[in-house]
Design a protein around this ligand. Structure first.
Ligand code: ASP
Length: 338
């Protein structure tokens, strides 16, 4: 294990932040801090090198176009290393982990995305444990996918969601069991891990304006929906509906607006706003009407995974019909099959 070589890609985020004039801000030179803080605990882990994005990004500012830059940092050095750790802010970590999973299909090495709620620069932090565990996981021969490690658990990257703004247990994967637990030992659920597939890395140029998300609320009308749909460059809309996929379909103009958008080639995907569970739009009349209007059911995808998947499918040049078909089947473990 100690002969392996790992690459750490530092993109920004709390894990590497230091206090600035207006609060925590990204800082260069993380490798020195990491080696100083982890000291001889690194001796039992594989050797690593670290590259930093320039500039480092607070992930709240991260754009879809930058997913490609992060993937590129892995792909251009893919053959030189045995595994990869991507350090990222927690705010949009689940989006980036999802996007990486689509771009890096057919991985035969681990890519472990992690970050922390408290910076490594603070005396008491959750960063040290995350770094040590992520390095160990990135050297694990059984992992061939993008995982997200946080607070003792390895989650599938495209199933993960940030569920807590304040607690150290900040991530969960509500519709899929953890891939592993890191306690006294590393225990992986090998039955859940993705098998090795043929390498199919594709890093398209993402259009930041292509996908939007609209959460339904009591009283929503067609004017707001129309406003969102008229955003320049919009090609797909995620509609976060109620429960198993229901919407106020008798609201004046709502269904007609959706029908018109679908007819013009906009993909509309129905996801539940419940933290857990899946869309089964034909259960209620209010859901069936959406399906009849051409809205696609997004099964048990997280919003983050659906957002990244739509971006990826569109950036890859799929037609609306092709993208609609691919939204309804798993490509890399992001949603349940039929
Ligand atoms: N704003 C930070 C970020 O996402 C929060 C964090 O890393 O926890 O970059």
């Amino acid at each position: 294990m100690t002969e392996k070589r790992l690459l750490v890609v530092h993109t920004g985020g709390t894990i590497g932040m230091v206090p600035g004039a207006h609060g925590l801000e990204p800082a260069n030179g993380f490798e020195a801090l990491m080696r100083q803080r982890l000291g001889e605990r690194l001796d039992t882990l594989p050797a690593f090198e670290l590259v930093e994005l320039a500039p480092l990004i607070d992930s709240a500012e991260l754009l879809p176009a930058q997913w490609r830059t992060i993937a590129d940092a892995v792909v251009t050095r893919y053959d030189e290393y045995d595994g990869f750790v991507v350090l990222h802010g927690t705010d949009t970590m689940a989006y980036t982990a999802s996007a990486l999973s689509f771009m890096l299909q057919g991985l035969d090495k681990p890519v472990i995305v992690t970050g922390s709620q408290i910076p490594l620069s603070r005396a008491r932090n959750d960063a040290e444990g995350h770094l040590l565990a992520a390095l160990a996981l990135a050297a694990h021969e059984k992992i061939h996918e993008v995982g997200l490690y946080f607070n003792g658990r390895l989650l599938r990257g495209n199933r993960a969601v940030k569920v807590d703004a304040s607690a150290l247990a900040a991530f969960d994967s509500p519709n899929y069991p953890p891939l592993g637990e890191v306690g006294i030992d590393i225990r992986l659920r090998e039955d859940l891990l993705l098998p090795v597939a043929s390498r199919a890395f594709t890093l398209p140029a993402f259009d930041n304006t292509a996908v939007a998300v609209l959460r339904l609320f009591p009283g929503i009308g067609s004017a707001l929906l129309q406003a969102v749909l008229s955003q320049p460059g919009l090609k797909a809309l995620i509609l976060q509906s109620y429960g198993v996929g229901n919407a106020p379909v008798t609201a004046p103009g709502l269904l007609e607006t959706l029908e018109a958008a679908v007819a013009q080639g906009t993909l509309v995907v129905n996801l539940t706003q419940c933290p857990r569970g899946a869309v089964a739009a034909s259960t209620y009349a209010t859901g069936s009407a959406l399906a009849q209007a051409g809205v696609i059911g997004g099964a048990d995808l997280t919003v983050e995974a659906a957002f990244a998947k739509l971006h990826w499918l569109l950036a890859m040049g799929n037609t609306p019909a092709q993208a609609a078909a691919l939204m309804q089947r798993p490509l890399c473990g992001e949603q349940r099959g039929h």
